[in-house]
Structures are given as structure tokens and as C-alpha cells.
Write a protein that binds this ligand. Structure first.
Ligand code: MEV
Length: 404
């Protein structure tokens, strides 16, 4: 986030009360949003039909969603504006509210691993899978060379093949799978690693025998992870009972997959909303998150909360395969505006901010559930929104009357 103006604050009280035009002005005043992008957003932020027609097939229109900014986020000592595209009411307000509580104890802290994607090559009817595994392992340097030759642009940018695993899945049917781990830099990397899988398959077959099966990335990007933590004091949360309630809710999710899935849905409320706003492949993110959650054989929460002396501490660990180049990051002007606002300069930074949004969403949900319940919070927010709209309507009427 090196180019971000140092004066940027994500704490903008009363933002929700402003009209959309005023909110856009506020965003321009941060120095992040360009006039050009603001104008695009002012016009509705939609894709043109022409661009849409190039992005997909059989296009008949574009489909809209509200694009919002979640406030109050402080991530690794920096304030960051968090674009979110989501249809569900309360998600943005809840995340902003939790981020405000977290920032009082410094914000979110964490790191992303190197951007290592996993790709798989399947072999069937391998005559002697164990022996084949040993032969493939002995040829790793040769396989890496073929892999890198398939992605010269990525290698030039500092990426390339880094590691390999060979797994025998079924001895009887000779099913063997080779994983290649590829550094894809700031790309999401699906195309890059698919190209690698296709390139190395015939080479590897020389050592395995049998037939080549699938050659495709794994959406369980186990080596491309984000780990975050944050703390909230019990006072800020609303008292020791609420702190205790959040920790008990976390324990419930750790003990029960039926609860863990809903807990994780709350995490993904934040992650997916940012993913959508930032033009990311949210299906792959969802698939990866849930596969990771069940990797131990029992479905587990992606975020857990523990009691500290003064409040609670949360920890998140999840795979996040996202990119800041390629995909719709260049063609979609609304996504480009999102990148201006968030100001991230690497895929890892984007992943960290997305994970922070997930953690905030989870905290807000658990706090509400441990306290007054989710419905009352929703209703309060709904009536606050109605009030703001009614005031804006009356103001507009008064201005119109004054002009007559
Ligand atoms: C609703 O979108 C998300 C929640 O169900 C999450 C949770 O139960 O933790 C409130």
C-alpha cells in the first residue's frame, strides 16, 4: 500500500448519513479515488454492455449489486477503505462496526504466505505406483524445468515452479497424482498453473507409465494462506458477558460442524463481498475455504476466539487465492475504482484485507448472537436507514420548494 496517501483515515463518522454524491466526494477527498472513476461510479458503476458481452456468453444485460465502503478498518498499522459488493442488508454496517471495535486495540495484524498455487496432474493405471512415485521424485529438477518453460512471462516476473508432491491415491487402480507448487506473483494464477499442469503431464508420464488424466489447479490452495489476529477489549465489546459469549460461540463452532458452517458463512459474508467488489473468483475462494475447513476430517471454523485478560483475541487461518492483475481487474472499471480505494499493491495485501473483512463480519455476528440476537440488530439498522432516507427525501423536497 506504498502509494496510499498517509493522511487516509478509514474512520469517517456520519458517512452513512451522507447522500451518495457526498460519499463519493468524501472518497475523492481521501486522494484515492480518481475523478474519472468517481464519475463512473456516479453513473451507476455498471459495466457497459459491450464489455459484458466480451466477458461472458449469451449476454442480454448487466446485473447490478450495491457497492459500498466498509469503514474503520486498520490493517497492519494502516487505515484501509474496504469496498464490498453484497446484496444482504447489515453486512457492511456490521463489518464496519466490528472494525471500529478492533481498531481501538490497534486493528488487524497478519501476513500472507508467498503466492504459491497448487496444480494437479492425475495418472491412472500406473503399473507400479510406489516405484513411479520414487522415479518422479528423482526427476524433480527436470520436471521443474519443463514447468518453468511453460510460463516464461511468470518466471521473468519472479515466479515459477517451487516444489512438488507425489501422492499415490489408489494402488490397486494405479491412481497417482502429482502436485506442483507454483509461485504466481500477483496473479490469481489459475491459467498459469493450468498451463504448467498441461506442460508437465507428458514428461511425467515417461516416468509413471499409465494414462494421463486431469491437469488442473486445485482450489484448495493450501500453500497460499492468510493468517490474521486481532484483539478487542471486553469494555469495547459491551462487557465481560459479551466477551464470554463470543468465546462460547467460537467453542460451539469448534465442536459442531452444523454450527461451524454458519460461523464460516459469517466469515465469508465479509470475504465474498470484498472478493466481488474487487473482481475476484469468489467461487474458488468459497470452495477453497470450505475444503480447508474440513481438512482434518471434521469441518472446523476458519476463525476462533479466545478470552484474554482484558477481552478477546481472534485468530484466522484460511487459503485465499486472489490476484491484482488479470481476470476482471483491468476490464471492469468498477473493480478498478475498488483498487484505487483500497490502495493495495500486491495480491498478498489484498488477501490480508479480505481476511480482515471476514474476521470483522464473524466478530459482528458472534457479538450480536451472544447478545441481543441477530434480528433485533437488523431491525434497528433497518429503521435507522429508513430514517436517513426519510430525512434525505424531506431535504430534497424543501430544496425543491425553495427553488420554486
Ligand atoms: C448471516 O448472514 C450470517 C450469520 O448467520 C453468521 C453466524 O451465525 O455466525 C449471522
Amino acid at each position: 500500500m506504498s502509494d496510499q496517501p498517509s493522511s487516509v483515515t478509514s474512520r469517517i463518522p456520519g458517512f452513512y448519513r451522507e447522500r451518495i454524491e457526498e460519499r463519493l466526494r468524501t472518497m475523492i477527498e481521501t486522494g484515492l479515488l480518481s475523478e474519472k472513476s468517481a464519475q463512473h461510479l456516479r453513473d451507476g458503476g455498471r459495466l457497459t454492455l459491450d464489455v459484458a458481452d466480451r466477458m461472458s456468453e449469451n449476454v442480454i444485460a448487466v446485473h447490478g449489486l450495491p457497492l459500498s465502503i466498509a469503514l474503520n478498518f486498520r490493517v497492519n498499522h494502516r487505515d484501509v477503505l474496504v469496498p464490498m459488493a453484497v446484496e444482504e442488508p447489515s453486512v457492511v454496517a456490521a463489518a464496519s462496526n466490528a472494525a471500529r471495535q478492533v481498531r481501538m486495540t490497534g486493528g488487524f495484524f497478519g501476513e500472507a504466505t508467498a503466492p504459491i498455487m497448487t496444480t494437479q496432474v492425475q495418472f491412472d493405471d500406473v503399473p507400479n505406483p510406489r516405484q513411479a512415485r520414487a522415479r518422479v521424485e528423482a526427476e524433480r529438477e527436470r520436471i521443474f524445468k519443463v514447468a518453468d518453460e511453460a510460463i516464461p512471462g511468470m518466471v521473468k516476473r519472479g515466479g515459477g515452479c517451487r516444489d512438488m508432491d507425489v501422492r499415490v491415491l489408489d494402488e490397486e487402480h494405479g491412481v497417482l497424482v502429482v502436485h506442483l507448487y507454483v509461485d504466481v506473483g500477483d496473479a490469481m494464477g489459475a491459467n498459469v498453473v493450468d498451463a504448467v499442469a498441461e506442460a508437465v503431464a507428458p514428461e511425467i508420464r515417461e516416468f509413471t507409465g499409465g494414462t494421463v488424466g486431469l491437469r488442473i489447479l486445485s482450489n484448495l490452495s493450501i500453500r497460499r494462506r492468510v493468517r490474521l489476529h486481532c484483539e478487542v477489549s471486553a469494555d469495547v465489546l459491551g462487557g465481560p458477558d459479551l466477551a464470554e459469549g463470543v468465546v462460547k460461540a467460537s467453542r460451539f463452532a469448534e465442536l459442531d460442524p452444523y454450527r461451524a458452517v454458519t460461523h464460516n458463512k459469517g466469515v465469508m459474508n465479509g470475504v465474498d463481498a470484498v472478493a466481488l467488489a474487487m473482481g475476484q473468483d469468489w467461487r474458488s475462494i468459497e470452495a477453497g475455504a470450505h475444503a480447508f475447513a474440513s481438512l482434518t476430517g471434521t469441518y472446523k471454523p476458519l476463525v476462533v476466539w479466545r478470552r484474554t485478560e482484558s477481552g478477546i483475541r481472534g485468530e484466522l487461518d484460511m487459503p485465499l487465492a486472489v490476484g491484482i492483475v488479470g481476470g476482471s481487474t483491468r476490464v471492469h472499471r468498477g473493480v478498478r475504482a475498488g483498487f484505487e480505494l483500497m490502495g493495495v499493491t500486491s495480491a498478498g495485501e489484498l488477501a490480508i484485507v479480505m481476511a480482515a473483512a471476514g474476521m470483522a463480519s464473524n466478530l459482528a455476528a458472534l457479538r450480536a448472537l451472544a447478545g441481543e440476537g441477530i434480528q433485533r440488530g437488523h431491525m434497528r439498522l433497518h429503521s435507522r436507514k429508513q430514517e436517513v432516507h426519510e430525512n434525505a427525501r424531506l431535504q430534497t423536497k424543501a430544496v425543491e420548494r425553495g427553488g420554486q
